[in-house]
Design a protein around this ligand. Structure first.
Ligand code: IPE
Ligand code: IPE
Ligand code: MG
Length: 232
């Protein structure tokens, strides 16, 4: 593969349907989904993808039954505690992206600890979006720009520095699993020119082989950025 993107973002969708197909409770799909994620992050690291962002819990996901929300929160906390040592030893730099005010105190503390521990790491940048909304990301940037009384006009470059993902370049490739073709309020600004790969595979079944297929597809894309095709 010639081109390895610098940043790949994942909309990890289809956990519930994966479980339903097996007559299991939805949450069993989330457990399996977290295992799939670990293999994907390891693979990204191994092949030199420098930034990985995953949509783990969206702002709209608070609308799910309380039992599922609380299971998801506990699962994320448990997995973070379990994987932190290994991620740190692999020099991953962890960032949680989203609103921190509504998640529980213990999880918020653990997030803070993970970020501080890995802040100076020089390996893969691993962004985990929790209580994230692309609209809120833009609005919080606007509000902070106003607070900072920036000189006008504010350029795209300055604006991007105020987004929650300012430490990573915009993703060249976004992958959404499970056959849904929408963005669901994910990184609205940052996806301006991303290649978007939709696949039928449900997230718990998404493997490094599937990721390689997406990367092959990406390698065959001609990214024109408004110019005329070189093939014409
Ligand atoms: C994605 O899987 C995980 C989260 C949104 C937290 P879903 O839970 O949305 O699975 P489906 O779409 O119902 O199959
Ligand atoms: C998007 O998945 C959010 C995450 C993957 C965390 P959803 O399953 O919640 O999105 P919709 O409801 O299908 O748009
Ligand atoms: Mg879904």
């Amino acid at each position: 593969m010639d081109k390895i993107p610098q940043h790949v973002a994942f909309i990890m969708d289809g956990n519930g349907r994966w479980a339903k197909k097996r007559f299991l409770p939805r949450v069993a799909g989330h457990v399996k989904g977290v295992s799939a994620l670990k293999k994907i992050v390891d693979h990204c690291d191994a092949i030199g993808i420098k930034n990985v962002t995953v949509f783990a819990f969206g702002r709209e996901n608070w609308n799910r039954p309380q039992s599922e929300v609380s299971f998801l929160m506990k699962l994320m906390l448990k997995k973070l505690n379990k994987e932190l040592g290994e991620l740190n030893s692999k020099k991953a730099q962890i960032h949680f992206i989203g609103d921190r005010t509504r998640i529980n105190h213990e999880f918020a503390k653990c997030i803070e600890h993970a970020e501080q521990l890995t802040a100076n790491n020089t390996g893969i940048i691993f962004n985990i979006c929790v209580d994230y909304s692309g609209e809120c990301d833009i609005i919080q940037a606007v509000n902070r720009i106003i607070q900072d009384k920036l000189e006008l006009p504010v350029t795209e470059q300055i604006f991007a520095k105020y987004l929650l993902t300012s430490h990573s370049p915009n993703p060249e490739l976004v992958i959404r699993t499970s056959g849904e073709s929408r963005i669901s309020n994910f990184m609205l600004w940052q996806l301006a020119y991303s290649e978007i790969y939709f696949c039928q595979t449900l997230w718990p079944d998404f493997t490094p082989i599937e990721l390689n297929k997406a990367l092959e597809w990406y390698n065959n894309r001609e990214r024109r950025f408004g110019k005329i095709s070189e093939q014409l």
